[in-house]
Design a protein around this ligand. Structure first.
Ligand code: GBH
Length: 448
């Protein structure tokens, strides 16, 4: 393998999520989701945007698959909208919903693109939120019921399965910071949600195993370095806590079947109410997975701040670091560090980068081009870093660009563009950005 070559059969992919691209919010029996509801509240989403139309992918999926094929993309990670399958979260299956994904899968397979399914990328049916959402101990059973239907329908044709996308965001951004649906601001609720999300994950994995499905099942985590802003002891401590909160709280139950004890103690000392962690649940959660999906965007620096309850830190960029339009720094070395940590500290033996990418205020030039040199630079840096981690022995078998399209970027609406393909949200025209053309070459040469 040459210095810039990637392993043979490397899965070069692109990723999306249902609520961010599908649109068709009220078609073919789709039920309301917590994101539909969240978007209704003024101030929740920039410019009052919502995902009602998004990239209109529900109607344009054939064209979208053809474009991916044209770009040489070999794998496509998408998520299933639970509320298309069960409009009320459970009960009777909505066949039209299954049909849409079945058609999409066939289209992908015919185009020679491998489907990777994410079962839960944050769009919980609103009817389930109405009975407490993921804080309700019954939720894992509902999730299992939903996962069973999807696995039964598509296993065989689909070999790669991801239970949850970024449980950290679903739990804490949604239920403690209120920056995402369902918009709750209660730390104890968020911790509880993180737990029941994991029980749901465990049940789905258990089902997949018992059914003897051919293929791989794993989970996608957003593990990202948390570095002290200064070398003051309080900042160093704060960074360790931030790591416990964001990374270890999610990685360790999956790998070891237990939550980090000192985080449990820390939360208790702050008066956070914790759920009762049950032995049988921890066994389910700690089942061996076939892979871990890593979403890596950047590291952040952390500064101690006692006014923030209960964690006692805030995020702050050092001066003069290059950032994107969301103020996220470019820290590609952190990708290597995180991958080595996954391999060496946690013994994770198969990894996919299930998301990596960046946001810039892209525009179309007079010549009809989108010259996103800064994104190309970001991708180049991260792919070079990834290649380096592979040469240091980390088993990474695929890389998914976030995102295929500019899309509904959650609380940033359509203002934050992550695509390697530009989308004009008035006309639905798609234009491959310079970074997208560059990515096609990387794929073609299997080298960066
Ligand atoms: C991913 O989230 C999502 O999976 C995807 O749907 C989304 O469109 C994409 O990335 C781009 O945002 O919480 O203050 O420590 C990534 C979300 C954003 C989570 C940054 C961690 C760190 C800031 N990540 N966030 S903070």
């Amino acid at each position: 393998m040459g210095q810039r070559q990637f392993p043979e059969g490397f899965a070069w992919g692109a990723a999306t999520a249902s609520y961010q691209i599908e649109g068709a919010w009220d078609e073919d029996g789709r039920g309301e989701t917590i994101w539909d509801r969240y978007c209704l509240v003024p101030g929740n989403v920039l410019n009052g945007d919502d995902g009602k139309i998004a990239c209109d992918h529900y109607h344009r999926y054939k064209e979208d698959v053809a474009l991916m094929k044209h770009m040489g993309i070999k794998a496509y990670r998408f998520s299933i909208a639970w509320s298309r399958i069960f409009p009320k979260g459970y009960g009777e299956v909505n066949e039209k919903g299954l049909e849409f994904y079945s058609n999409l899968i066939d289209e992908l397979l015919n185009a020679g693109i491998e489907p990777y399914i994410t079962l839960y990328h944050w769009d919980l049916p609103q009817a389930l939120q109405d009975i407490g959402g993921w804080a309700n101990p019954q939720m894992p059973e509902y999730f299992l019921e939903y996962a069973k239907v999807v696995i039964d329908a598509f296993h065989g044709r689909v070999k790669k399965w991801i239970t949850l996308n970024e449980p950290y965001c679903a739990a804490f951004l949604g239920n403690s910071e209120g920056r995402q649906a369902p918009g709750i601001r209660d730390f104890s609720t968020a911790v509880r949600v993180s737990y029941y999300l994991y029980v749901g994950h465990g049940l789905a994995v258990d089902y997949f195993r018992k059914k003897g499905c051919d293929g791989e099942i794993g989970i996608t985590l957003n593990l990202m370095g948390r570095l002290p802003l200064t070398d003051k002891p309080e900042d160093i401590q704060a960074a360790a806590r931030a790591d416990g909160y964001l990374n270890r709280w999610f990685a360790e139950p999956i790998v070891y079947g237990r939550y980090p004890q000192e985080m449990i103690e820390f939360y208790r000392s702050k008066g956070v109410r914790l759920p009762e962690f049950k032995e049988e649940h921890m066994k389910l959660i700690g089942q061996k997975l076939d892979f871990i999906g890593l979403n890596y965007y950047n590291d952040f620096h952390v500064k101690a701040d006692d006014s923030v309850w209960p964690l006692g830190f805030k995020i702050e960029n050092p001066k003069y670091v290059p950032v994107n339009d969301r103020n996220w720094p470019v820290t590609e070395q952190g990708l290597i560090t995180m991958l080595l940590r996954m391999k060496n500290d946690y013994g994770i033996d198969k990894i996919y980068i299930t998301e990596n990418g960046t946001s810039f205020p892209d525009v179309v030039s007079m010549e009809g081009k989108v010259e996103d040199g800064a994104r190309k630079d970001y991708l180049h840096r991260h792919l070079t870093a990834l290649r380096e981690a592979i040469s240091q022995g980390v088993n990474v078998q695929g890389y998914f660009q976030w995102s295929l399209y500019d899309n509904f970027e959650w609380s940033f609406g359509y203002s934050s563009r992550f695509g390697i393909v530009f989308v004009d949200f008035n006309t639905q025209e798609r234009i491959i950005k310079e970074s997208g053309h560059w990515y096609s070459k990387v794929i073609e040469q299997n080298a960066v």
